[in-house]
Design a protein around this ligand. Structure first.
Ligand code: GDP
Ligand code: K
Ligand code: MG
Length: 279
């Protein structure tokens, strides 16, 4: 059996281009079970190993708002690929990392394929990939998927990182939410609530995000535990709306962006003087 690698990223980040580059003609197309979303799979034969690559639907987030997001998430949770190769558009880094952070929160090993480096360069955006890698704690490989540049290095990094377990990324969402997550996580663990499939803190986070799919699965698992979690979520929701004029979902998104920005500010991105544009 070859090692399964999920290729994931925002729409138009270059996923299909990289998929073709990695798998060549060794491809087949099917559907995800029960839905009409196309599932492209292919075999990548390389010096460092043979990998089964799955081209996940392009998404901007990992909520349950769209079929694509649910399909991508279900695949990751149920099939447990060895790794996610997360292709990001280097010319639009902040927005693309919003999805990356959510992959890392799930505790699946991630390798960032920093694609569109040619576009970034033309726009005068300089990215320190090593620094980004150090701060995120995952491999980061600069690429131009359209020309195949960086492919070899990507495969080398994937092969190197594949057996290293990844602890779920923990972001602080502010005192109110962090405390609530602690409380919810304890209940989730004590009751083995959905823990056969999902990391406990991730389930708690999804309850605070009002995630439809997890709410439904949770109600099927235990009405009593689900009820407790919803009550705790509503309590912090009322408190936050009274004191901060916000709600948990909004705060979680803001804090994810805050986390990303704090990383990007630490000598990761620099805007070079663009002579051509000014002349
Ligand atoms: P997907 O939506 O993530 O599958 O993205 P695609 O692979 O379809 O790529 C979107 C567009 O970006 C296509 O026109 C590609 O040819 C182009 N593209 C992909 N990678 C690169 C790259 O590294 N540099 C440039 N300039 N264009 C790229
Ligand atoms: K496309
Ligand atoms: Mg595509």
């Amino acid at each position: 059996m070859s090692i399964a690698i999920a290729l994931a990223g925002n729409p138009n980040a270059g996923k299909t281009t990289l998929f073709n580059e990695l798998t060549g003609a060794r491809q087949h197309v099917g559907n995800y079970p029960g839905v009409t979303v196309e599932k492209k799979q292919g075999t990548c034969v390389s010096e460092v190993g043979t990998f089964e690559i799955i081209d996940l639907p392009g998404t901007y987030s990992l909520t349950a708002y769209s079929l694509e997001e649910v399909v991508a998430r279900d695949y990751l949770v149920n099939e447990k690929p060895a790794m996610i190769v997360n292709i990001v558009d280097a010319s639009n880094l902040e927005r693309n990392l919003y999805l990356s952070v959510q992959f890392m929160e799930m505790g699946i090993p991630v390798c960032l394929a920093l694609n569109m480096m040619d576009v970034a360069q033309k726009r005068g955006i300089e990215i320190n990939a090593d620094r980004l890698s150090e701060l995120l704690g995952v491999p980061v490989v600069p690429m131009v998927a359209r020309t195949g540049k960086g492919k070899k290095e990507l495969l080398a990094q994937v092969a190197k990182a594949i057996d290293k377990p990844a602890a779920p990324l923990l972001i602080s969402y502010g005192q109110d939410i962090d405390k609530t997550l602690d409380e919810m996580e304890k209940i989730i663990r004590e009751n083995n609530f959905l823990t056969d499939r999902y990391p406990p803190r991730w389930v708690a986070l999804k309850y605070l995000e009002n995630d439809n799919q997890i709410l439904e699965l949770g109600a099927d698992c235990s009405k009593e535990t689900a009820g407790k979690l919803i009550e705790i979520g509503e309590k912090v929701g009322r408190h936050m709306s009274a004191t901060l004029d916000t709600h948990p979902e909004g705060m979680i998104a803001d804090q994810r962006y805050g986390f990303i920005n704090s990383i990007l500010k630490q000598n990761v991105v620099r805007f070079a003087y663009d002579r051509n544009r000014l002349q």
